[in-house]
Structures are given as C-alpha cells and as structure tokens.
Design a protein around this ligand. Structure first.
Ligand code: ZN
Length: 92
C-alpha cells in the first residue's frame, strides 16, 4: 500500500552523437531520466524534479539541447493567435 513512486534508477548507457552517455532508467516504469537535470538519479537518489522520457530518441534530443544551452536562450517567439474572423465592418 504505497502511493509513492520509488524509482529504482539503473544506469544505462545510450549513444549520444556516437558517444556513450550514461543516463538513468527505471525498469518498472520504463522511463529514462535526464542525468543533467537530476544528477542524483545516478547515485540512487530520488530527484525532486527531472525530465523523464519514454524514448531514448527524445532523451537524446533533450541532452543535445542541454549542450547547446537552449534553456538559457530566448524561447522562440510564440505565434500569436490571429483572429481571422470575418470582419465586415461596412461603414456607409
Ligand atoms: Zn535535462
């Protein structure tokens, strides 16, 4: 009877840009955790917050984003929702 999720992180090696990269993997939930966001997962700790991924592809993309420090950069400009309603202001 436990509502708490206790991840059992296991260190697995994936390939990022043709280089081995250690990440955390939980066999129970089958998710990967980003070791850059939560280095504690590698030592068996439970990260307060982390980025979890179901697919290594997504994780690799995320790790690459760390490398390029996309975090610190400005977010791309969000598209403004353009109201293209028909405005028929017929002014006679
Ligand atoms: Zn991360």
């Amino acid at each position: 009877m436990s509502n708490r999720w206790l991840p059992k992180w296991k260190i697995v090696e994936i390939e990022v840009n043709n280089k081995p990269f250690e990440v955390c993997y939980d066999e129970t939930l089958k998710i990967y955790a980003c070791p850059l966001c939560s280095p504690s997962c590698k030592s068996g700790g439970i990260p307060d917050y982390s980025s979890y991924f179901f697919h290594t592809e997504d994780l690799i993309r995320h790790i690459n984003a760390h490398k390029y420090n996309l975090w610190t950069k400005k977010r791309p400009i969000e598209f403004e929702e353009e109201d293209e309603g028909e405005e028929n202001n017929e002014e006679d």
